[in-house]
Design a protein around this ligand. Sequence first.
Ligand SMILES: C=C1C[C@]23C[C@@]1(O)CC[C@H]2[C@@]12CC[C@H](O)[C@@](C)(C(=O)O1)[C@H]2[C@@H]3C(=O)O
Ligand SMILES: O=C(O)CCC(=O)C(=O)O
Ligand SMILES: [Fe+2]
Length: 398
Amino acid sequence: MVVPSAASREMAPESLPLGIIPTVDMSAPSGRGELARRLVRACAERGFFKAVNHGVPARAAARLDAAASAFFARPAQAKQAAGPPDPLGYGSRNIGANGDVGELEYLILHADPATVARKARVIDAEDPSRFRSTRIGKDDAKRKGHSEHAPCHKEPNRLAGHWQVGRAVICSSTERINESVAVNEYVDAVRRLACRVLDLLGEGLGLRDPTSFSRLISAVDSDSLLRINHYPTSAAALRGPGDRSCTAEDAIGFGEHTDPQILSVLRANDVDGLQVLLPDGRGGGDEWVQVPADPAAFFINVGDLLQALTNGRLVSIRHRVMASTSRPRLSTIYFAAPPLHARVSALPETVAAGTPRRYRPFTWAEYKKAMYAHRLSHNRLDLFHASADDDAADDEHS
Ligand SMILES: C=C1C[C@]23C[C@@]1(O)CC[C@H]2[C@@]12CC[C@H](O)[C@@](C)(C(=O)O1)[C@H]2[C@@H]3C(=O)O
Ligand SMILES: O=C(O)CCC(=O)C(=O)O
Ligand SMILES: [Fe+2]
C-alpha cells in the first residue's frame, strides 16, 4: 500500500504523475476549457479526483453530518428499526445480499424526497410528528437554489417529505420556501456539483450535446442514492462481545469494488481509510494508494455506467475502505444514477473503427439486476461485453 506524498497538489496541466491522486480546483482559475481538460484527464487516467473549491456549502454538509451522527449514536435496536436494507434503509456489517461483510454500519436512502418520506414512515411509524420539517432562517431560504454554477436540468421537486434520524430532523419540503432539510439541501448541492462535473466532462470529450451525461442524472425519476457510512472505532462493537474473527490489522471497512452508477461524489470526516487501486507505473501491476482524508474536499469517481457511456474512455476505479482503529470514520456518498428505464449505450463520439463498441447496450434496470445478483468485488461490466455479433450489427447500422 502506498501513501502518496503530494496527493493534494493541484494537477499540472501537461502530465499526471503516477501514484498521484489528481486534485482539481473547481473554481476554474485557469478557465473553463482548461478545467474541462483536467477533468477528462483525471477521469480517463485515474477515474478519480479530489475536488476543491467545489461550491457545496459547508453548512449543508455539517447539518447532514450532525443528523447522521445523532442517528448512529442511537441504541442498536432503534437503528435496526430502519433496516434491514432492502436495499434501502439501515444495515450493519452485511453489505448487499451475497455474503459481503465490512466493519461498518450504514444508511442507504433514495435521493428522491418522496421515497425518503415513504421510508421515513416505516422508520418511525410510532411518532409521525418526528417527521416534521424544521423552519429555518430567511437567509437559508435565500441561499437555497441559488448556485453560482452552471444550471442543472433538474425540474423543481414536486413532492414533499420529511425524515428524522435521532434527535436531529432530516426533512424535505417544497410546501414552503423557508422550510429546508438536511438531506434535500445536501442532495441538491451535491447533485449540482455532479451535474457541473458531468457537463464539463461532456465538453472536454467534445460531445455534440455536452449535457448528455448530466441530463441522465437530473431527470425527475433518476434513481440516485445517498449512502451514509459509519465505521466505528472498535470493529468488535458491531460484531458483539467474544467475536475475534477479524483483527485490527486486517479489518476491511468496505471491500474492494467499483461503483455501478454514473458518478459518485464522496465526502468524509478527517479519518483516513479510503484507498484506490492504481497502476504502480513500474509494470508491476496495480497497488492500493491511500487517499489522505480531507473533510473540506469531495472525492469524485467515475462509475461503471460512465465507463460504458464513454466506451471505456473514462474508467470506473476500484476502491475500498480500511477500518480505522483510532477514530470513527463518517462518509457520505451521492451515487448519481439515471432513471431505471434509461438505455445505456456508448455515445457515438466515443465509437470509431479503431475503438469499437466495448459493451452491448443495456438499461440501468438490467444492470442493477445483475449488480444485486453478484458479490461486491465482481467486475459487473464484464457481464455486458459486446460480442462479435454486436459489432456486425453496428457496422450494418452505420
Ligand atoms: C454486494 C452488493 C452491495 C451493493 C450491491 C451489491 O450486490 C453489488 C454492488 C454494491 C454497491 C457498491 C456501491 C454502493 O455502495 C451500492 C449502494 C451500490 O449501488 O452498489 C452498493 C450496493 C448495496 O450496498 O446495496
Ligand atoms: O465509505 C467510504 O468512504 C466509501 C464507501 C464506498 O465506496 C461505497 O459506499 O460505495
Ligand atoms: Fe464505492
